[in-house]
Design a protein around this ligand. Structure first.
Ligand code: FAD
Length: 396
């Protein structure tokens, strides 16, 4: 490796959580990486214990452990481990998952997306083999692929040559487009309403999820007496929730959550995001690969979008190994192997999540009875529950 004809081994276009983690993992392995991101995180993370960002995610144990392996650490006061999860149906169905039954130290970690991204970028800036360009005009506008490399041109006229181009720009990926990778997007006709609340009662490290007639509501615990909510519901209901004053929204969310944590007080203004399923026919092209949401989009009820993205990054970095191996990172055989290894997990999770999102939307009394009985039955089957948790936490 290290031919003078190449400016970099790998260019990563998009520095969200998936792209920045991949750039860091590759940089740490000695690859010369260019990371292009027009909107890098602000350098000062929020330290005020009462101030929380609205975008809060559940991170599964495997990707969270992978980040720790890259020496990327989020301050202890900014994340909350979850050791118990209570899932309720729209009648009497209920399943309780506990980390010690599996056993796992925790089922998930809840943290702010931007705080995790700031930690990743701090490590990225310090990595000697990674160059970061963050001007808006540095994003790419042209790309030419030949048999041994890829030459790209930025909007500001700069150009670079590398052996592999990675698209990590999220759902509207430019690399996916220029690589000719077709993506199917199926809207769910659901919006996810997110907001943070202070709670009257302690959450005891428990996450809650209710499959309701009007959608799926989740409470994700934060440090202290706080929760972040994700309520996936119809666009009109989402609009109504966003139009409520703080007190009405808090009591509506508390009521929908059966007041398990007592009274709620709104801490951040609610926001809504339209939801869709995104599936690609392939995730690799000639000397190109797409990862994260550029490669797959999933309903947030499973809380796995970025977990899949981190697993993509970890797999690609593992396949490439150390830069000293002398591998060509754009080798079609290697990319085909990556594609095979990263087919099953996103596909299965998308399929199960899609079925759950649609299954609970059917308002048929027989189906409602069946799904609620199914939940309660599984709750009494420890072996099935253990398998489900290992699968759902990507720990299998
Ligand atoms: C309401 C909601 C709740 C969610 N909760 C969870 C959860 O609990 N757990 C979980 O795992 N996932 C969750 N997700 C999914 C998660 O948000 C995504 O899977 C994740 O953000 C994808 O990360 P990414 O890095 O692939 O893409 P993105 O986050 O979209 O990042 C893309 C990056 O590329 C940059 N970019 C865009 N265009 C260009 C360009 N032309 N040139 C260069 N750079 C570009 C952007 O600035 C951005 O930084 C949730 C999603 C929603 C909507």
């Amino acid at each position: 490796m290290g031919s003078l004809r190449f400016d970099y081994d790998i260019i990563v276009h998009g520095g969200g959580l998936a792209g920045s983690s991949l750039a860091l993992a590759l940089g740490r392995a000695g690859w010369r990486v260019l990371s292009i991101e027009p909107n890098p995180p602000t350098p000062e993370p929020i330290q005020d214990p009462d101030q929380w960002q609205t975008r809060i995610y559940a991170f599964a144990p495997r990707p969270w452990g992978w980040l720790a392996g890259l020496q990327v650490f989020v301050p202890e006061q900014r994340f909350q481990p979850v050791t118990r999860m209570v899932v309720k149906g729209d009648a009497a169905g209920r399943i309780v998952f506990a980390a010690d039954e599996v056993p796992l130290p925790y089922l998930a970690v809840i943290a702010e997306a931007e705080t995790v991204r700031t930690a990743l970028w701090t490590a990225l800036y310090a990595c000697a083999t990674v160059d970061c360009v963050t001007e808006a005009a540095a994003s790419l506008r042209a790309c030419a692929v030949d048999w041994e490399g890829v030459t790209v041109e930025a909007h500001d006229g700069r150009n670079w040559r590398a052996r592999l181009l990675v698209g990590a720009e999220g759902r509207r990926s430019w690399v996916r487009h220029v690589a000719g990778i077709r993506a199917e997007i199926h809207p769910y006709h659901h919006h996810a309403v997110v907001a943070n609340f202070e709670t009257e009662k302690g959450h005891d490290q428990t996450a809650f999820q209710w499959f309701r007639e009007d959608g799926v509501l989740a409470y994700l615990p934060l440090p202290g007496n706080r929760v972040s909510i994700v309520w996936s519901t119809s666009p009109s209901h989402a609009e109504a929730l966003l139009a409520m004053d703080a007190a009405t929204l808090a009591s509506t969310v508390a009521e929908a959550g059966e007041r398990v944590l007592g009274r709620l007080s709104l801490r951040t203004p609610p926001q809504a995001f339209p939801l869709s399923l995104l599936r690609c026919e392939r995730v690799v092209g000639k000397r190109t690969v797409v990862i994260g949401d550029a490669a797959h989009g999933i309903h947030p009820l499973s809380g796995h979008g970025i977990n899949l993205g981190f697993n993509d990054a970890a797999e690609l970095a593992a396949l490439l190994g150390s830069a000293e191996s002398g591998k060509d990172p754009g080798d079609p055989v290697l990319l085909a192997r990556y594609e095979r290894r990263r087919f099953e997990e996103p596909f299965l999770l998308q399929t199960v999540t899609d079925a759950l999102a649609k299954g609970f939307a059917w308002d048929n009394p027989l189906l409602r009875w069946t799904r609620n009985c199914g939940m309660s039955l599984v709750d009494h089957l420890p072996f099935v529950k253990r398998r489900l948790v290992r699968y759902a936490t990507l720990a299998q």
